[in-house]
Design a protein around this ligand. Structure first.
Ligand code: NDP
Length: 236
């Protein structure tokens, strides 16, 4: 049975990815939660094999404790994320927001991935999905605001590339889910949760001859014109 770990599984995109991987794809899902009690309540509402695990991606102790007790891992979904900047110009920096964003969105996936690489190397079909954003594409920058969020996702895109080179045999890809109705995306977002998770699920369940080191954008427009998931690929 494929074992998948997802960070930030308590809400939004992470929660829906966890649910569908367990209920539709038959994975054994380790649902990462900062608050284990809340994680357990979320897991209890899902069918299939879902176990809540304590995981704060900014806390190396929880990461190392979890990695040490796992006996195998096939798929890692680095999903946990925050957006803290607001419209503050980057030249009037709010260092607390900047540090907090980079800790969760960039150093978080870096720490978690490094901790579980030995487990992924032992998997016959290892996959890493970095839940990124088109905000991390330099060619799309045309307005101020959300600077540390953009920097964090640009860094995550770079790590996607680096890991794809450093980890031959592991399929490592980044996905922008589009603008999705979650606590982060807000109620006006055009994409439903079900639409937002499609690309992430595709990358988490890739066949062995699937792509690696790529960035896919599953925004409304991209998906409208895409006849296949792979057509949503865009250059970094
Ligand atoms: P939500 O705000 O709805 O959920 C964020 C999740 O991340 C929660 O489960 C939260 O846990 C978790 N989290 C936050 N900080 C930490 C931490 N330190 N350690 C572990 N988990 C943490 O966001 P979305 O579901 O919308 O976003 C998921 C991902 O998708 C993010 O990486 C985001 O950047 C990306 N994305 C989202 C878009 C959108 O439109 N929604 C667009 C593009 C990308 P808790 O419940 O404990 O707070």
């Amino acid at each position: 049975m494929t074992v998948t770990m997802i960070t930030g599984g308590t809400r939004g995109i992470g929660r829906e990815v966890a649910r569908q991987l367990a209920e539709v794809h038959g994975h054994r899902v380790l649902l990462g939660a900062r608050d284990l009690r809340r994680g357990r309540a979320v897991a209890a509402g899902m069918r299939g094999r879902v176990e809540a695990v304590e995981l704060d991606v900014t806390n190396p102790a929880t990461i190392d404790a979890l990695a040490a007790r796992l006996d195998g891992l096939d798929v890692l979904v680095n999903n946990a994320g925050v957006q803290l900047d607001g419209e503050v110009p980057s030249t009037e920096p709010d260092w607390a927001a900047i540090g907090g964003t980079l800790e969760v969105n960039l150093l978080g996936p870096w720490r978690v991935t490094a901790a579980v690489v030995p487990l992924l190397r032992r998997s016959p079909h290892p996959r890493i999905v970095n839940v990124s954003s088109s905000s991390g594409l330099t060619r799309l920058v045309n307005e101020s605001g959300d600077a540390s969020y953009c920097v964090s996702k640009a860094g995550l895109n770079m790590l996607t590339k680096i890991w794809s080179v450093e980890l031959p045999g592991v399929l490592v890809n980044a996905a922008c889910p589009g603008w999705v109705q979650t606590d982060m995306g807000g109620p006006d977002a055009p994409r439903t949760l079900a639409e937002g998770v499609q690309g992430i699920l595709w990358l988490a369940t890739l066949p062995d001859d699937g792509p690696t080191g790529r960035f896919y954008r599953f925004g409304t427009q991209a998906m409208r014109h895409a006849t296949a998931m792979a057509e949503a690929e865009v250059p970094y």
